[in-house]
Design a protein. Structure first.
Length: 287
């Protein structure tokens, strides 16, 4: 399977991130020195994706703007001789092709993906949740793209979570067919703690085939009254089979404050210019 397009849903209300997200999309909140969604797009690029389809709403056009030129800013930087900054700002506009489609009602992640149907067309494609961050060498969407190419099957990313947190995720049960690769037998969205022994949680990375859209158009509102992507995935898995890949690297949910703050510290500690100062402050704060 050749994956050239990725759908990145960014149309949610971001209520967990309020009040920060009242007028700034949570996907645009900075983590270290970039907005959340830029890391997601950079990860897509590393996986070889060329076209990004944002599923947005009326208040989120600033996300598309971030990946466009800002000629006024560029000329200010040019005149000030700030070459390096100019290159960085331009680079963001030149990373990928950007398309956008509106989700007019926030009916859930599955519905957001369905909104991209026309723009995706008939090829396999990727989905990346716009507030899910993955860091680490060779980690991220590319892991799934590799397996989907080898096996010509839809692949979703999973990570192990503690047993008392399974009710926050879609949980997958499967048979391990090679190290870290599972053939999925069952999938359930946010099961109650203790109702399944699996701890493989779906994280926001998927490589899908276009027949998912048929299933999405048929699924009824599920958990939380939303059109759940997991319900359509379960139907697709039953119909044609699906793999889950245990992903490497570190994951941060930018919509969760502990994860959001941790991601900032993690990236700050990787910056040689900040590391020592940041360490000293953290040490002092931790007493
Ligand atoms: P979340 O459930 O984390 O986002 O969805 P949310 O609904 O915006 O956040 P909270 O729970 O109220 O804080 C994961 C991703 O899916 C998008 C969101 O923008 C986020 O990037 N999403 C969610 C949509 O595009 N449409 C939806 O209807 C729901």
């Amino acid at each position: 399977m050749n994956i050239r397009k990725v759908v990145i849903p960014v149309a949610g209300w971001g209520t967990r991130s309020l009040p920060a997200s009242k007028n700034i999309p949570k996907e645009m909140l900075p983590v270290y020195n970039k907005p959340v969604v830029q890391y997601v797009v950079e990860e897509a690029m590393r996986a070889g994706v060329e076209d990004v389809i944002f599923v947005t709403n009326r208040d989120k056009s600033v996300i598309e703007d971030h990946f466009d030129y800002n000629l006024q800013l560029e000329s200010v930087l040019e005149r000030a001789g700030k070459r390096e900054m100019l290159e960085q700002v331009r680079h963001v506009a030149e990373m990928v092709n950007i398309m956008a489609v509106r989700q007019k009602k926030q009916l859930g992640l599955g519905h957001a993906v369905l909104c991209a149907r026309e723009l995706v067309g008939n090829d396999p494609f990727a989905v990346m949740v716009g507030d899910d961050l993955m860091f680490g060498d060779d980690a991220g969407l590319q892991e799934l793209v590799r397996v989907s190419k080898e096996r010509s099957m839809p692949v979703i990313g999973v990570m192990e979570v503690p047993a008392d947190r399974i009710n926050r995720y879609g949980i997958v049960t499967g048979e391990e067919i090679s190290p870290g690769v599972y053939s999925i037998t069952e999938m359930v969205e946010k099961p109650a703690v203790g109702t399944t022994s699996s701890r493989l949680a779906i994280v926001g990375r998927y490589v899908l085939t276009p027949d998912i859209f048929e299933h999405l158009s048929r699924v009824k509102p599920g958990h939380g009254g939303e059109i759940q992507l997991t319900d359509a995935l379960a139907a697709l898995a039953r119909e044609r089979g699906m793999l889950a890949v245990k992903m490497g690297g570190l994951r941060f949910d930018a919509g969760d404050w502990v994860d959001y703050l941790s991601a900032n510290v993690y990236l700050g500690l990787l910056d040689p210019g900040l590391r020592d100062g940041l360490r000293a402050r953290l040490r002092a704060m931790l007493g």
